[in-house]
Design a protein around this ligand. Structure first.
Ligand code: GLN
Ligand code: ZN
Length: 768
């Protein structure tokens, strides 16, 4: 086989939800029965074609495989599950896209696949369930069809799929698999299906295929590194041996380290290295026949690059003796919004600054294309662009607000005592005396359904059509409704419901100094769900209280305790685009102090329980073990900083999303919260024995109601989970609550679910 040239400029992937979230709307309309399958397919294919056209307009080649096909109806890992037919038996009887969406969302009693974080991003993938008997066969032609469709539309693109090693590393052992079974044990069985897919792609005329192998850059996996390297060798020996397009393996999110020479020794034709999160590798045997693709442009953050520095990295790659070097993004651009041209900031100075400082997906494509021109024609050809990029960085460094001396002085003066609350047992006794809660206290995680009326009012207020006074009156009316509802359901610790919050991070970003928010900067979080990360560009401070009047209003309506509700520093950082010009720990302390002021104000206003949510605590956890202690130190520290200013009798709660906490159990302990609610329903309380084994001895609320699905859990189901939880958590420490906030749910399922939760709790209380 003669290898076609690898394109000199490419990207690992592109946002697929659509500039105006067209895919979200189309998919949700289909789910709601408001459109047909044919209409959904048509919208999707139109979007794919529009993406190709846009990328070509930005400078990627139309017919040289530089445009990757990274569309997905829901998730790229689920796409592989569908392609290789790894469907758990409970989904028997479903087919095509309906099977696909049922795997993602469940239906009736059929639980969906579990969802978990994609590396250190805020994107979630669906976890494949692989057992010893999972049958693999090529079961979907979508990947091939999309290539063929592109061709019909005048493009020769590059199909992209998650590679076999990463796919299995991200899988979990199916229920009933024997002890010691690891999905990677099935490598030999899945490879023929990948090989068949590759052969089909070759037959369809694809010159290149992209296999994404981010699993090779992380230590957060169940098997030893040596096992991974052996799997890489075997997988690419098999795949390179067959009928196939040229193979391009990507390694986003980190450094390939020991896997770089391993990949270089295989028969693949192009290897991607992430030079944003990793370094330039050492030369390795086998490179002479391969293209090295330098992932120099950050696909996970939104700052415009220093093109001079990026070009130097590419030049360093050319020293390694590869047959060619190309420019690319470090990761898929699915983690950044489409286009800064879609934004306009009200403040003229901020607007001008941010347009100069930021690069969203489209700007990043242009950066890659510019660098590739430097590779083909020499640095001189892009000197003007390099100079302009460096001037923008200099203006950013010097701009007002980027560095505020008073804020820096406050973080510099912090001492150990600012991070410590004192003895837990004393606190617990003071809290028990003050709060007088029943055994197994019931509560929710904070938000109640965001109804059409709430959204409409917010949109009208944002457009200036609804006066602030009228808007706030509506929000107060909503809070009153939610308080009354919780009282009638019989919950013990109430919440105000977060009606006034557009988003748990953006709400605070709008009220804190140092942040900007976007209008169209949507990024896919999972499936059809998108968030608009805020942009943290300057030093952070809190000009005035943010939540106190809402919390005190809610508390004024009820004798039961109302929890104050804040988003924690780590989560604000994880779900924003953060600065790359100062250490993350400094930003974390600035946020910690801003939130500490708010926590103290809530306490002073009579709020006795304050929850500081840290659902993203694990999200920023570095992928390599040696980097983790430093991260946990500043992240846990910033949470403690935000909560350590209160009296012992004030109860601090935190909430953490997701179930797999194994590696951060020490950190949960380190947060020193009095009560921690955790996602646990889908994993059937997996976390509980882990916490017990770790000797965790503060309040815990493992979720007993899976809010990610519209299903209403029965009283029996909830009781079963409560009983499971009670096996590992002493009665006086166990809290009963849903897995997460209810904002994405409707009242139709929320009310009966919470009623069942309370009924199940009461039944357990009465039994004793
Ligand atoms: N308090 C938030 C809510 O209930 C927590 C959400 C989250 O963890 N993602 O919506
Ligand atoms: Zn949550």
């Amino acid at each position: 086989m003669t290898t076609p040239a690898f394109p000199v400029a490419t990207i690992v992937g592109y946002p697929r939800i659509g500039r105006r979230r067209e895919l979200k709307k189309a998919v949700e309309a289909y789910w709601a029965g408001k459109s047909t399958l044919a209409e959904l397919e048509e919208t999707a294919s139109g979007l794919r074609q529009a993406t190709r056209e846009r990328l070509a307009e930005l400078g990627l080649g139309r017919t040289d495989a530089s445009i990757p096909e990274t569309f997905s109806f829901y998730d790229q890992v689920l796409d592989v599950t569908a392609a290789v037919g790894a469907v758990p038996p409970r989904f028997a009887g479903f087919e095509g896209l309906d099977l696909y969406f049922t795997l993602a969302r469940g239906i009736g009693d059929i639980a969906p696949l579990e969802m978990t974080k994609w590396f250190d991003t805020n994107y979630h993938y669906l976890v494949p369930e692989i057992g010893p008997d999972t049958a693999f066969s090529l079961s979907s032609r979508r990947i091939i069809d999309q290539f063929t469709q592109a061709r019909a539309g005048g493009f020769v693109t590059r199909p992209a799929i998650v590679g076999p090693v990463t796919y299995l590393l991200l899988s979990k052992a199916a229920d009933g698999a024997p002890e010691g079974f690891d999905p990677l044990d099935r490598l030999e069985d899945i490879l023929p299906v990948y090989a068949e897919l590759l052969a089909e792609l070759a037959a369809a005329g694809a010159p290149w295929v992209q296999l994404d192998e981010p699993g090779l850059v992380t230590d957060n996996i169940s098997v030893e590194p040596g096992v991974v390297s052996a799997a890489v060798t075997r997988a690419y020996e098999v795949l390179a041996g067959g009928q196939r397009p040229a193979i391009f393996v990507t390694s986003p999110f980190g450094d390939l380290r020991e896997n770089f020479p391993v990949l270089a020794a295989t028969g693949v034709e192009a290897i991607h290295v992430d030079l944003v999160h990793g370094g330039v590798p050492a030369a390795a045997p086998g490179l002479a026949t391969k293209t090295l693709v330098g992932g120099v442009i950050d696909g996970h953050n939104i700052w415009a690059a220093d093109l001079g520095a990026k070009f130097e990295q590419l030049e360093a790659l050319t020293e390694l003796g590869a047959s060619a070097v190309s420019a690319a993004t470090a990761t898929s651009l699915q983690h950044v919004p489409h286009d800064t041209a879609d934004e306009k900031w009200e403040d003229a100075e901020l607007d001008a600054n941010l347009h100069a400082w930021l690069a969203f997906a489209d700007q990043k494509v242009v950066e890659v294309v510019t660098l590739s021109r430097g590779l083909t024609s020499g640095r001189g050809a892009i000197e003007d662009e390099i100079t302009a990029s460096q001037q923008a960085l200099a203006s950013r460094a010097a701009a007002a607000g980027v560095r505020v001396d008073a804020i820096r002085a406050r973080t510099a003066a912090l001492t150990e005592a600012d991070f410590s609350r004192g003895d837990y047992d004393e606190r617990a006794a003071a809290q028990a005396a003050k709060l007088g809660l029943p055994e197994l206290p019931t509560t929710t995680i904070g938000s109640f359904p965001q109804t059409v009326e709430i959204r409409r009012a917010r949109a009208a207020h944002a457009r200036g059509e609804l006066a602030t006074e009228a808007y706030e009156a509506e929000m107060r009316a909503e809070i009153k409704r939610v308080i009354e509802l919780q009282e009638s359901i019989g919950l013990d610790v109430l919440v105000h419901g977060e009606a006034e919050r557009n988003d748990m991070v953006q709400y605070f970003a709008e009220l804190l100094d140092g942040f900007a928010v976007t209008t169209n900067g949507w990024v896919q979080s999972y499936g059809s769900r998108c968030t608009r990360p805020s942009i943290l560009w300057g030093d952070v401070s809190r000009p005035e209280p943010m939540t106190v009047r809402w919390a005190t209003y809610a508390q004024s309506l009820t004798p039961k305790p109302v929890k104050g509700m804040l988003t924690g520093p780590v989560t604000i950082m994880a779900w924003s685009f953060v600065r790359d010009d100062i250490p993350l720990g400094e930003t974390a302390n600035q946020l910690g102090l801003a939130l500490r002021d708010e926590v103290n104000d809530l306490e002073a206003a009579g709020i006795g329980i304050i929850q500081v949510d840290e659902p993203a605590l694990r999200e920023l956890l570095p992928l390599r073990r040696e980097d983790q202690p430093a991260y946990l130190d500043w992240s846990v520290g910033s949470f403690r900083l935000s909560t350590a200013g209160v009296r012992p009798e004030t109860q601090i709660h935190t909430h953490l999303c997701y179930s797999e906490f194994g590696e951060v159990i020490g950190a949960i302990d380190g947060l020193d919260a009095d009560v921690t609610s955790i996602e646990a329903a889908r994993s059937r309380m997996e976390i509980v024995p882990e916490l017990a084994a770790a000797g965790y001895a503060r309040g815990v609320g493992p979720g007993v109601y899976d809010i990610h699905s519209p299903r209403v859990p029965s009283v029996d189901e909830v009781s079963e989970l409560v009983a499971l939880a009670a096996q590992g958590v002493p009665g006086n420490l166990l809290w009963i609550n849903p897995d997460c906030g209810l904002k994405t749910r409707g009242y139709a399922e929320t009310v009966p679910s919470l009623e069942n939760l309370v009924a199940a709790t009461r039944a357990v209380r009465n039994r004793e």
